[in-house]
Write a protein of this length. Structure first.
Length: 165
């Protein structure tokens, strides 16, 4: 690996870490009541996005070949189905705890990866497909998921200015 590869990996991970940190701070700042509010009329609630992001990050563990998901029970509520105000959701404190745990576990795994491992295929791509499309690697997953997180972070910012009645 070249120093250019190391630099690129650092840039991607710095972006990822910045958005995880910003989301952590925002989830800590928002009250449970604010998180139960809809972002805007007819849109997801903050609690749904907290669960959704936790479930997405949890699915990264097996996708990157690290370990099995820790919270597969979140998939049906937060990935398979859209937000539903009548759905029974885990409590905000439980979701906050799972959010922090899954991101800590991911961070620990990220720190152990060697630079060349970032450019290896992730588990959702076959060896044959990877030969044709080597950009379908572990680092590209982080780029994609950081963009996903950034998008939902932008939505969640609307909750800061909402007064819950």
């Amino acid at each position: 690996m070249t120093s250019r590869d190391d630099l690129f990996i650092k840039m991607v991970l710095d972006n990822w870490n910045n958005y995880v940190r910003r989301a952590d701070e925002l989830f800590d700042e928002l009250s449970d009541e604010q998180l139960y509010a809809q972002i805007t009329a007819g849109r997801n609630r903050g609690v749904y996005l907290l669960g959704h992001l936790t479930a997405v990050h949890d699915r990264m563990l097996p996708l990157l070949g690290f370990e099995e998901q820790r919270f597969p029970e979140l998939e049906k509520t937060f990935l398979t189905n859209p937000d539903n105000v009548n759905a029974e959701l885990p409590g905000v404190p439980e979701l906050r705890k799972k959010w922090k745990e899954v991101n800590k576990v991911l961070s620990d795994h990220f720190q152990k990866l060697k630079p060349e491992e970032w450019f290896q295929r992730h588990t959702a791509v076959s060896e044959l497909d990877f030969e044709k499309e080597p950009q379908r690697n572990k680092l590209n997953v982080i780029i994609n998921r950081a963009g996903h997180l950034a998008s939902h972070y932008g939505q969640l910012l609307f909750l800061k200015s909402r007064t819950v009645v």
